[in-house]
Design a protein around this ligand. Structure first.
Ligand code: HEM
Length: 229
């Protein structure tokens, strides 16, 4: 009788509860911001016919865009702080990925793995170099979306937070070449996120199927199933 190879694996915590919760909250915010953003950019639906003189559909879309906009601003600021400050094992592993990203050997091994001509390199951190570079780029996109969003916001609401941030946002507005450019940049950055999404999902499924560590499930369960040595 042929012997079956038994692979022993053990569960390891990959993502903290907070990281997972913020991942999905950010997902909801991005979906809401994309739908309402498309509407603000080019109105694609009109309110249903009613006896009311005004149904404020445009105002509602803007309201939800700004609410989720501030959710995204808060998550982005907090995640940047947490990446550097957290003592939790999961974030220590996230920081550990920085070391892997500096190693040319790991980059080459990782590229070979994706081209199906090599084994997965052993990593010190939680993300491989390609993944780490992509996520660092993503944070630049999020930060610019928040910054251009806030510049647009201070021109929509002049009281409260809008008024308080007005002076701070004006130099950035000039730096981007004026309000019209800010709008265009904000819009183009949305497309960067839209293109990122299918690539992100493809990579997760690829890693999940090839790595057999439960990569896809880990953003729900928090666990990965690593080979026992
Ligand atoms: C995933 C993130 C986001 C996406 C996809 C997104 C998308 C968009 C799009 C497509 C527009 C219309 C631009 C155009 O005229 O073509 C827009 C407008 C706007 N966005 Fe965002 N946005 C995001 C984040 C934010 C954030 C963080 C804020 C900050 C609070 C914000 C505030 C605004 C404001 C105030 C406008 C209205 C501009 C106006 O009145 O003309 N957005 N957004």
């Amino acid at each position: 009788m042929a012997k079956e190879a038994v692979e022993l694996r053990e569960a390891e915590v990959e993502f903290s509860v907070l990281t997972r919760a913020l991942h999905w909250l950010r997902f909801v915010a991005i979906v809401a911001l994309t739908i309402t953003g498309f509407y603000i950019g080019a109105v694609f639906v009109s309110p249903s016919i009613s006896g009311e003189p005004n149904l404020f559909l445009n105002a509602r879309m803007r309201m939800w865009h700004e609410i989720f906009g501030f959710v995204l601003v808060a998550i982005t600021l907090f995640k940047i702080y947490y990446f550097f400050a957290s003592k939790h094992k999961a974030e220590r592993l996230e920081r550990g990925s920085f070391g892997d990203a500096l190693s040319l050997k790991t980059w080459i091994a990782q590229l070979k793995y994706y081209l199906l001509i090599g084994k997965h390199p052993h990593l010190k951190g939680v993300y491989n170099p390609l993944q780490f570079a992509a996520y660092a780029g993503l944070y630049i996109v999020f930060s610019l979306l928040c910054l251009t969003g806030l510049i647009l916001y201070v021109h929509v609401y002049h009281d409260g937070l809008g008024g308080a941030l007005y002076g701070a946002m004006r130099p950035f507005e000039a730096l981007f070449g004026g309000l019209a450019n800010v709008r265009t940049i904000h819009h183009i950055l949305m497309w960067v996120l839209i293109i990122f999404l299918p690539v992100h999902i493809y990579m997760v499924i690829f890693n999940s199927l090839r790595g057999k560590e439960g990569a896809l499930d880990s953003i729900l369960s928090g666990l990965k199933f690593k080979k026992k040595h």
